[in-house]
Design a protein around this ligand. Sequence first.
Ligand SMILES: Nc1nc(=O)c2c([nH]1)NC[C@@H]1CN(c3ccc(C(=O)N[C@@H](CCC(=O)O)C(=O)O)cc3)C=[N+]21
Ligand SMILES: [Mg+2]
Length: 295
Amino acid sequence: MPATLISGVAIAATIRDEISIEVSRLKDQHSLIPGLVTILVGDDPASQSYVRAKNATARVLGIHSQQITLPAHTSESELLQLVHTCNRDSVFHGILVQLPLPSHINEANILFAISPEKDVDGFHPVNVGKLMLGEPCLLPCTPQGILELLERTNISTSGAEVVIVGRSNIVGKPIANLMLQKRPGGNATVTVCHTRTRDMAFHTRRADILIVAAGVANMIKAEHIKEGAVVIDVGVNRIGQTAGGKAILAGDVDFADVVNKAGSITPVPGGVGPMTITMLMKNTVQAAKQAVGLL
Ligand SMILES: Nc1nc(=O)c2c([nH]1)NC[C@@H]1CN(c3ccc(C(=O)N[C@@H](CCC(=O)O)C(=O)O)cc3)C=[N+]21
Ligand SMILES: [Mg+2]
C-alpha cells in the first residue's frame, strides 16, 4: 500500500484561514495591523521567488508587508543600518533578512542585529537560547511547521524514535531540540545524523519519524527507512528546468523509491515548504501581539 500523503498545502491552508481570522480580529478590536519587512540582498532567482511568495502570502492574510531589495554589492554596514532602521520602525513587527547573504557580508552580524522581538525567523541567539531552554519565544519557521504537520495529522512524537538527517542552525539543530522537550510535540528519542555519520542507514532505519534536511537531492532511498515510517522531507533542491524555464524541484528523499515502504510522507513541492511560509505569518502576528502587550 502506498504511503499516505501529508499535504503541507492543505494543512497550511487551514492554518492560513485561522491566521486570517485572527488578523481581522486584531484590526477590528485593537486597530493592530501586523507588519512584516523582508530584506533581499542581490538577485538570486530562488531567493527572489521565496521572498515574493512570503510577501504575497502576507498580503492575502491582511498582514502589511514590504519588500526591500538591495543590490548584491551592498556593504555589511549599509545592511546593518537598514536593520537598525527597521528595528525602530513600529509599523514592522517582524523583520526577515533572506539568506544566504552575499559572501562579503557576515550573516551572524546581521542576524544578531535584528531585535529579538522582531526576529520572526527565530535565528537570533536570544530566541535560539530560549528555544533550547523550552521558554516561550519566536520559533524558527521550518521546525515549527514540522511540529504543526505532525500535530495536525495526529502523529505522536512521545516515546518515538525520531531521526534527523542534517545539523543546520535553521532546521536540524532546532527541530532536534524541540523534539526532545518535555511537552506535547516533544518527548521523542532523538538521533541527529550528518555528513560524517559512519553508517547513515543504520540510524535512519530505526526511525519511526525520519526528518531529512540535508540539502542533497534524492539521497534517502527505500533501504534507508523502516516499513511504515513517517518521512518528513525538508529538501528543496532545484535539479533542472522545464522547457518553459520553470524550476524542477526534488526533495532530499527519493519519493518514488520510498513511497511504497513509508507509512506517510510529505511531498516536494507541497509539503514542508508551504508550512514554513505559514509559520512566518504566524510569527509575525505573534510578534505584533507581543509588541502591544496582547500576549
Ligand atoms: N531568512 C530566511 N528565512 C527562511 O525561512 C529562508 C531563508 N532565509 N532562505 C531560504 C530558505 C528556504 N525557505 C523556503 C521557504 C518556502 C519554500 C516553499 O514554499 N517551497 C515550495 C516550492 C516553492 C518553489 O516552487 O520553489 C514547496 O516546497 O512546495 C521553500 C523554501 C525559506 N528559507
Ligand atoms: Mg524526489
